[in-house]
Unconditional design. Structure first.
Length: 346
């Protein structure tokens, strides 16, 4: 793609998200969401492949449907209350429709079936944008209208997402589909945290975005697309492979890595307000996720596949790495001692 066109799309994508994040009017928020969708579609279509075309069409239909639901809910709310402000969405019908629309936009269960197909049909870079940056605008709308949404509904959606995301990733062999299932589960944790405290949800989303970005940059560097590719990446960059092992375990929430921080705080908050059964169920749903992360780590470091690459000393050649890879890997693994600082300042 032309660099000028690529820069224009990135600028449009960033601007649309910022418009939605700073808007207090439902029409302006809807405009930002539509511009956001139109900005990401050319990036999905970039490979000129039938799978990319299918992914772009599915993504457009899903996002257009959710945006239409948001527009219908805001119009209904304005008709009944005379207010277009996001913070004045007081009618139960509007609140329910907005919850469903934003859950569809985020790929939360039970509206998650489109998410894995779209991530598999795009490039690794575009998939990284879909799993990280594209979450910000819908989550901001949830933040703003949270006081008028049903907490029980959000907690149920969070539990369903963590359960389905964990079980869906068990039988996957494509790395993008595994990370998509991980994204569904992590968004379930984020929605649960959003029902408790804004600061805890911010910390959860921040940690998820750092870990997912680290995993995708590592996959882009080593050209990893399937679990089988993990077994042959040791010939490319042995040090990066060792850090990939810790990154996958951090995604699973294994202490003492960074991914354990939001789960620990969420379970602590749920227990402190008397929701011990829900916290127990959430802790149990993290076990299947941890299983397929440990399977990835096992195939990465502890096995040697029978069909290795033809170049055994591939690491002797120069590998193209980005300057941001080292600091982002460090934050993915070593932020747990700073938990009190992040929790009380985010």
């Amino acid at each position: 793609m032309n660099p000028a066109m690529w820069a224009l799309l990135i600028a449009s994508l960033s601007t649309s998200t910022i418009i939605t994040m700073f808007s207090n009017h439902w029409l302006l928020a809807w405009l930002g969401l539509e511009l956001n969708t139109l900005s990401i579609l050319p990036m999905i279509l970039k490979p000129h492949h039938p799978r990319a075309t299918e992914a772009a069409m599915k993504y457009f239909l899903i996002q257009a449907t959710s945006a239409a639901l948001i527009l219908f809910a805001s119009t209904t709310n304005a008709w009944q209350t005379g207010q277009w402000s996001i913070t004045q969405t007081t009618t139960p019908l509007s609140a329910g429709l907005i919850t469903a629309a934003l859950a569809l936009k985020l790929g939360l269960a039970p509206a998650h079936l489109w998410y894995m197909d779209i991530t598999q049909g795009t490039t690794l870079t575009t998939t990284m944008f879909i799993m990280t940056w594209q979450k910000l605008a819908p989550l901001t709308l949830l933040y703003t209208s949270l006081n008028h949404l049903s907490m029980n509904t959000l907690l149920l959606i969070g539990l369903l997402s963590t359960t389905i995301g964990a079980w869906t990733g068990l039988n996957q062999t494509q790395m993008r589909k595994i990370l998509a299932a991980s994204s569904i589960a992590h968004m379930g944790w984020a929605i649960t945290a959003l029902s408790l405290h804004h600061t805890l949800a911010t910390l959860t989303v921040f940690t998820y975005m750092i870990m997912t970005t680290t995993m995708f940059i590592t996959m882009i560097t080593t050209s990893t697309k399937t679990i089988k590719d993990l077994g042959t990446t040791w010939t490319t960059t042995p040090p990066l492979l060792a850090t990939t092992l810790l990154t996958t375990l951090s995604l699973g929430g294994l202490p003492p890595l960074t991914g354990f921080m939001p789960k620990l705080l969420i379970l602590k908050e749920l227990t402190s307000i008397g929701l011990t059964p829900l916290s127990t169920l959430l802790a149990l749903t993290s076990l299947p996720s941890l299983y397929f992360y440990i399977r990835m780590a096992y195939l990465t470091m502890l096995t040697t596949p029978p069909n290795t690459t033809s170049t055994e000393q591939k690491w002797r050649f120069k590998t193209l790495t980005t300057l941001t890879l080292t600091p982002i890997i460090t934050t993915t693994m070593m932020l747990l001692p700073l938990t009190p600082l992040f929790y009380f300042t985010t």
